[in-house]
Write a protein that binds this ligand. Structure first.
Ligand SMILES: [Zn+2]
Length: 260
């Protein structure tokens, strides 16, 4: 995300501040080219593998084709070699509409996110080492240690454990979907989402980088978290940025550290 000087961020008025419930404003999208999306998704999968976030056949990626269909990676396939022709198409209930392979068993998690967030165009799920280690230690990445992360992601909560490949995963994510774009999955991994495949992938990179920083900060003795006006200014700036993008999120929702 492009940094915007805080001085240029519009002040939120009291009416905006009182809007606790996040609202999404679905923006009409131009006609999508399925062939281009297939190439982009295969490229995103290869990038995910190259980053070391999806060893073996783990991880999965999807993108909206339109309001009723989602394009997704297949199950049992290395993200390094997934090609445009390997991808599968499902409807919003997870029924496979096209593709010679079987869809990922974790498609319900993707669909839960698309249903909850009409603004989301792409979902990336992976098992990056450091972020997954936090998720497997029962630790959210919710300490305001880095201003850039506060601005871009707010906090990164930890969703309760659920059996992979079941609808339970979407249910445990539900409390976090409106106010967060990245969530740790207990004893499992990470899911990120955004308005494009690149956006969702960059958020995954940011989560993993932040997890590395958090680990080192812990080793150094705990660090110094952003507090008071410094923190509230960043959170207001984040809320204002999201509002420009069509989302309204109460600024204080990024400040919670209650899910650690
Ligand atoms: Zn997984």
């Amino acid at each position: 995300m492009t940094e915007t000087p805080l001085t240029q961020m519009p002040e939120m008025n009291s009416e905006t501040r009182s809007t606790i419930v996040c609202e999404t404003a679905a923006v009409p999208k131009a006609a999508r080219c399925e062939a281009k999306l297939r190439e982009d998704l295969a490229g995103c999968s290869a990038d995910l593998h190259a980053l070391g976030f999806a060893p073996g056949t783990s991880g999965n990626v999807s993108v909206r084709l339109d309001g009723a269909r989602v394009l997704a990676t297949p199950t049992g396939c290395s993200k390094r070699v997934v090609g445009p022709e390997d991808l599968v198409v499902v409807d919003m209930d997870g029924h496979q509409l096209a593709g010679t392979r079987h869809v990922t068993s974790e498609i319900d998690m993707h669909l839960a996110i698309y249903k909850a967030r009409p603004d989301v165009e792409a979902v990336v799920h992976a098992h990056p080492v450091f972020a997954t280690a936090f998720a497997s230690s029962g630790l959210a990445l919710d300490q305001p240690l880095c201003s850039e992360v506060v601005m871009t992601l707010g906090t990164i909560p930890l969703a309760a454990y659920a059996t992979t490949g079941t609808c339970e995963v979407g249910q445990t994510l539900a409390p976090y979907l409106q106010h967060h774009d990245a969530v740790l999955l207990a004893n499992h991994g990470v899911v990120t989402y955004g308005d494009s495949l690149m956006d969702a992938l960059m958020k995954m990179e940011t989560v993993e980088h932040f997890a590395q920083i958090c680990l080192v900060v812990r080793q150094l003795g705990g660090g110094a978290t952003l507090e008071g006006k410094h923190l509230s200014d960043l959170l207001r700036a984040r809320a204002a940025y999201l509002e420009k993008a069509g989302r309204r999120v109460h600024w204080a929702n990024g400040a919670s550290a209650s899910h650690s």
